[in-house]
Design a protein around this ligand. Sequence first.
Ligand code: ASN
Length: 326
Amino acid sequence: MKIYIAYTGGTIGMVPSDNGLVPDEAFAEQLAQQLGASNEIIHDFVIQRYEHLIDSSNATPKDWQTIASDIQSKWQAFDAFIVLHGTDTMAYTAAALSFMFAHSDKPIIVTGSQVPMYKVRSDAMINVMGAISACEASVYEKAVNGVFLFFAGRLIEGDRAHKAHTSDWQAFNSPHQPERGVLGIDWRWRDVDLTHQRMTIQIPEMKESAVTILPVFPGVQAEHWQGLLNENVKGAVLLSYGAGNAPDKNTALLALLNAATSRDVVIVNVSQCGAGRVAAGAYAAGSALVQAGVVSGEDMTYEAAFVKLHFLIGLGLSAEEIKAIF
Ligand code: ASN
């Protein structure tokens, strides 16, 4: 197999500095040596070190575009793609790639590690080898074509992953759907419907300022959200309580939401619970949001909802079209 590995930064390739861990340029070479040292790995690898290696907390939608354009330019030349990325925003990038490479007919696996590869007690090679194994599986297990996040033995759909732990090896979960595959000694696969859907690659121009997140918390005031809903914003993820609730007695807050949706800002309701589905309307406190024009994010993670807004706004769709797609 010809496998393209994009090294974008993240802990996996970091080394200590006076200010803590920083990405290391030499990592790509070290990884190439490790992969080359084994007779068991028979693939052709190209490992590309990105010019600006980042801690993924610095990632922006522009980085999603850069990674996607890079993969697109290599599409015909490779059978599979692995993106080495920091964990902090890995779920966002995996979601972005899964929208941009919808129904991908090749595997695109995003992974990284909790501990840098230079440490003896590191999860780096375990995760890299798992990602390679997922690519290999795509040959006989068609279910693996598509965009996934692989971490600590779990192969999670790119738009379903959530960073759920700061320090466990198992840093990611898939709160709304079982993982596509779990890798122990062997893979265990979840059955999926493999009805062929035509692949599309769409890499829209995305503006940082276009999408925001509105947190709900006890005592939240319209003033808290005013700046967040500025005139550049076209979409927002509202992080609601429980099954999709927010304070319905706060008329100023609802008026602010109403004003935003009336000027075609798409506001998507996602629960801050971390798991479960939004059922806005089950309570009066949720109905008020529906009346203010807020749409339900159903069982999406906030990462996926945030990225999907960026993607659809970037495609230039109207607020009505975006709401219908949600
Ligand atoms: N701060 C790091 C990053 O996201 C965390 C990691 O990769 N484990 O780049």
